[in-house]
Design a protein around this ligand. Structure first.
Ligand code: GLV
Ligand code: MG
Length: 338
């Protein structure tokens, strides 16, 4: 039987008392399911051991006339399923919708003891987190819950991006932030019509090499999400919470999905959403450091002794800063193996 201690650990290493509680287990993939969909619901017990996080989605992609069914379905599934060491999250409806208040009241009251994290969409600023924080405190007290529910914000409005640092630090309940590229594109007035990923029109062209401007020129596609992901990572790291990529909607395009996930991993994200079973193994592979990278990291760490000074390994200079990077990789591998 899982205990809260399995999931919640002090964030500040060496702190005498936990200063902030975050799920300590890795969450490389947050796998979405629709609790209003009976067929999907029957697959939950088989799915649970295959993912780090299962998320019962109540917001977008659930039809307006299925919102109550989704909420009730999640309560039923949560009560009837042993999730083992898999975390159970939910995405509630946005605070300006007619459903958010009932989502929070019902879920905390009925299954607050089984839920680990509440994902909040369309967060605009710290005020949204403060509102939910106070409401959760009341509902937890009423339900007699022994551990606090954590909050995860989706970064999917222009205002949210502008306020990302204050959102990340708005409450000790903050667990992490995900990129929501589809809503964010709409909010910003971007002209894409996709759910995450790149766009063939967003590119740079190499300079002309001669007077013939058609000669020897090539184009490189750019990453539409680089700025936002990097900004989100900085805000999360500054406040001690976890950054995640979000959805990749072209389920058939597993190659571009892996590329997009890897960009996010390399920029500092710890995980991503998975919308279809085919994306689960992609996320596991991408968000777990490769054996070759881990072996290299351990070699550098061993060669660097106390971590100061400089050594040459295979013709590459290593110093205090490179050993720190190697520790990030090695510590992630250790955490995933634990
Ligand atoms: C996710 O919710 C998105 O809007 O991309
Ligand atoms: Mg969205």
């Amino acid at each position: 039987m899982r205990s809260p201690k399995d999931f919640f650990a002090p964030l500040a290493v060496g702190a005498p008392e936990p200063v902030r509680q975050v799920p300590a287990l890795p969450s490389r993939m947050i796998h979405f399911f629709d609790p209003s969909n009976e067929k999907m619901a029957t697959k939950v017990p088989d799915l649970a051991p295959k993912v780090d996080v299962l998320l019962g989605n109540l917001e977008d992609a659930v039809r307006a006339d299925r919102k109550t069914a989704a909420r009730e379905g999640l309560v039923r599934i949560a009560k009837g399923t042993d999730f083992g060491s898999t975390q159970l999250w939910t995405r509630v409806n946005s605070l300006d919708s007619p459903w958010a208040l009932d989502d929070l009241i019902t879920l905390v009251t009925e299954i607050g003891d089984k839920l680990d994290v509440i994902m909040l969409p369309k967060v605009e600023g710290a005020q949204d987190i403060h509102y939910v924080d106070r409401l959760l405190a009341q509902l937890e007290a009423r339900a007699g819950l022994e551990r606090p529910l954590l909050v995860h914000a989706i970064l999917e409005t222009a205002s949210g991006v502008a306020n990302v640092e204050e959102i990340a630090g708005a409450s000790p309940r903050m667990q992490g932030i995900s990129l929501g590229p589809a809503d964010l594109a709409a909010s910003r007035g971007m002209k894409t019509t996709r759910v995450g990923g790149g766009h063939p029109g967003y590119l740079v062209r190499t300079d002309p090499v001669s007077d013939d401007i058609h000669e020897g020129r090539t184009t490189y596609q750019q990453d539409l999400w680089h700025y936002t992901v990097a900004r989100m990572v900085d805000a999360c790291v500054m406040k001690g919470i976890f950054p995640y990529y979000g959805p990749f909607g072209d389920i058939r395009d597993v190659v571009a999905c892996e590329d997009q996930f890897r960009n996010a991993f390399l920029l500092g994200c710890v995980g991503t959403w998975t919308l279809h079973p085919v994306q689960i193994e992609i996320a596991r592979k991408v968000f777990s450091p490769s054996p070759a990278d881990v072996a290299w990291a351990r070699k550098v760490i061993a060669a660097m002794g106390d971590g100061t000074g400089a050594v040459m390994i295979d013709g590459k200079m290593q110093d205090d800063a490179s050993v720190k990077q190697c520790r990030v990789v090695a510590e992630l591998a250790d955490a995933l193996a634990a």
